[in-house]
Design a protein around this ligand. Structure first.
Ligand code: ADP
Ligand code: MG
Length: 663
């Protein structure tokens, strides 16, 4: 349903809602609150210092307005609650003056300073309500929480039909709310039980769908036979003996697993989980080589253009002495060049192709594709798992996935249940441990000196902030503010650039290439640089407001440095010096250890990068927190699949068609 059907949403509001990915009434209804404020009125003398309180008060004086400067005014009056007179101040609400009349009852939201007898209000509410639960949403510029609440409440009144993906048998079995009801209550709970019940339904639904897809893929994979490949093992041996390093024990083992799979007639579907810097690329390269010796084409897909280029260059290097035709296919190639590559793919001239999701383009037809490798698999969705393989009409294609999300094994076995699993735990031994330190925001000077000495050695560094632009309500150094500050500190001694998600993909790629070439000394960015890029000359990762990031993100970010034999550093800047997550970071650089800790600390985890990606973006579920529900959903979806119950449910026909690319 179109957003303009919702009362109070005009074209301007619609645009702003689009920014938070709300394009339809359904999107709006499934834009869930991330937390709730429990509004409970207290008396003014019972308020706690520095805690937001709700006070039911009566206005007993005229309102005074002072205009402090342009766009900035202060409103003050005296109010009464529980026989106590106190002053109220609120900023930038001059427009409320007409409504603030003597004897009117209002609700004040804010903090009370007992000594000064002043209540600093952040909001004033007029429709006096009883105690209530207020949903809190992630917002965007121009849309306030109460606006969003209002749009959603209008949308609920439209009574639009929203598909319930939970099969009836499970709705009954667990006494789940109807979807309609769950949506209403998640936005308008009357009590804690409403929140619990609506969340349970919506979380279960998301996890059920997810696990259904995984189990469906697993079923397909189990019966998928390809060809047993004949690999020239001597060729591989020789290649390995010419490498400038020796494989780690785990790399060796994983390669054996892969070669075994490929020699077997059953199609390979293997996931290699290895921490950042554990050396997954060489494993992929050897798989490509083995596939090549058996006479098939191979494809290696990366989530970004720059990463694809990096892989391409290193592969060209490795294959220098072989006559293997390796090509790069990315979205930015000219049409003519793309077509040339399509031709060569089709007539079998290309042996190995590296690329981005441009490889998924329907014009990219292979003559005899035998292996598809997906790097940083967690960036793609479940649906894409079958896509590249589907390119091969005979379905003989082996698939290998690489991922730097070192999640606990039991969890991995569930959420990647359709794949065989290999782990790389050991890291190449020559690597120096990255020195990680928590830095008090107040002692930033020491760090600036360290930055200078690193810059003097000609090394580069990343600086990361959680925010792009400054927000007055948050005490955070945004990307733009940091650029200002660091430019002042380093004057012309360093070339500083900024990179963030609002830039166009092309601009981002250009910046990364400049950084890679050493034309930028300090790259200030949001977390967009997370993915497996290799800048060996970068030796410092500085993370501002580090307490705001989850362990997974912190670990991924740190993995951007220390990718060589230089000593590297990671500084976690914070004013929360006792933060448990940051301490874990100081303690360890082992992704698997950190993921276990993440798991233990629950609630604050952003479980190893998997949230940000493809199908694994959940609106409400969280693998970590909702582990029990996940396990139940796994069992239930298996039953649903085995008993063929899904065949009677049109919603699941759609899901399956999507997986099989029939739509
Ligand atoms: P990731 O697992 O994060 O993708 P890469 O495959 O990019 O890691 O490897 C990081 C670096 O380590 C590369 O420069 C690679 O050449 C190097 N490397 C990989 N395996 C070994 C090894 N066994 N010994 C030494 N260096 C290695
Ligand atoms: Mg990698």
């Amino acid at each position: 349903m179109n957003l303009n059907l919702v009362k109070n949403i005009g074209p301007k509001t619609e645009k702003m809602l689009n920014k938070i990915n709300i394009f339809s009434v359904e999107d709006l209804l499934t834009y869930y609150p991330y937390k709730y404020n429990i509004i409970k009125f207290v008396d003014i003398d019972k308020t706690l210092n520095n805690e937001t309180s709700y006070i039911l008060a009566t206005i007993i004086s005229n309102v005074k307005i002072s205009y402090i400067r342009n766009n900035f005014n202060k409103l003050s009056f005296i109010a009464l609650n529980n026989n106590i007179h106190f002053n109220v101040v609120i900023f930038n609400r001059a427009f409320l003056k007409k409504q603030l009349i003597i004897n009117r009852k209002i609700v004040l939201v804010g903090k009370y300073d007992k000594l000064k007898n002043v209540f600093s209000a952040s909001n004033i509410l007029f429709n006096i309500i009883n105690n209530r639960i207020e949903p809190i949403y992630h917002l965007t510029d121009g849309i306030k929480n109460n606006h969003l609440e209002n749009y959603i409440s209008e949308a609920i009144k439209l009574n639009c039909v929203i598909d319930d993906f939970v099969p009836d048998i499970f709705n009954k079995k667990y006494n789940l709310l109807s979807k309609q009801n769950a949506i209403k209550l998640i936005h308008q709970p009357k009590c804690i039980v409403d929140i619990k019940m609506s969340k349970l339904k919506l979380i279960y639904e998301e996890l059920f769908i997810y696990m259904f897809k995984v189990n469906y893929l697993k079923q397909i994979n189990q019966s998928a036979f390809g060809v047993a490949k004949t690999i020239d093992l001597n060729f591989i041996e020789e290649f390995l003996s010419n490498l400038s390093f020796k494989l780690t024990i785990d790399q060796d083992k994983v390669i054996k697993d892969i070669l075994n799979d490929m020699q077997n007639a059953k199609r390979m579907n293997r996931l290699v989980l290895g921490d950042v810097g554990s050396g997954k690329t060489i494993v992929a390269i050897i798989a490509l080589l083995a596939n090549y010796t058996s006479g098939f084409q191979g494809a290696f897909m990366a989530p970004t253009e720059i990463l694809a280029k990096q892989h391409f260059e290193s592969i060209i290097n490795y294959f220098e002495n072989y006559s293997i035709n390796v090509k790069l296919l990315t979205g930015s190639l000219t049409k003519k060049n793309k077509e040339k590559i399509y031709d060569e793919l089709k007539n079998g001239k290309i042996d190995i192709i590296i690329g981005t999701s441009a490889l998924l383009n329907s014009s990219a037809i292979f003559s005899n594709l035998g292996l598809v490798i997906t790097d940083e698999q967690h960036r793609f969705g479940v649906n894409q798992r079958s896509l590249l393989q589907g390119k091969d009409s005979m379905q003989k294609c082996d698939a290998l996935y690489l991922s730097a999300t070192p999640i606990p094994r039991t969890l991995a076995l569930t959420i990647y249940g359709d794949l065989s699993l290999s782990q790389i735990k050991t890291k190449p031994s020559m690597r120096k441990k990255i020195i990680t330190k928590i830095i008090d925001e107040k002692n930033i000077k020491d760090m600036l000196y360290k930055m200078i000495s690193e810059l003097k050695c000609g090394h580069q560094m990343f600086v990361v902030s959680p925010l792009i632009e400054q927000n007055d309500e948050l005490d955070i150094n945004s990307v733009y503010l940091l650029k200002e500050k660091l430019s002042r500190a380093f004057k012309n001694k360093a070339i500083i650039e900024i990179l963030h998600g609002k830039l166009k993909q092309k601009e981002k790629d250009e910046l990364m290439i400049k950084f890679e070439k050493g034309e930028i000394d300090i790259l200030i960015s949001t977390t967009v640089i997370e993915v497996g890029i290799d800048i060996p000359n970068a030796t410092m990762m500085i993370i501002y407001n580090a307490e705001r990031f989850g362990l997974a993100t912190l670990h991924q970010l740190r993995g951007r440095v220390g990718r060589n034999n230089l000593q590297s550093y990671c500084y976690l800047i914070t004013n929360d010096l006792n933060n448990a997550r940051l301490k874990v970071m100081e303690e360890s650089d082992d992704g698997f250890f950190i993921s276990e800790k993440d798991y233990e600390q629950r609630g604050q985890g952003d479980l190893f990068g998997i949230k940000q990606s493809g199908d694994l973006i959940f609106k409400i579920a969280d693998f970590n927190r909702d582990y029990k529900i996940l396990m139940q959903a796994k069992k239930d979806s298996e039953y649903y699949l085995e008993q063929l119950l899904y065949k009677e449910n049109p919603l699941y026909k759609d899901i399956i068609d999507k997986i099989n690319f029939l739509d």
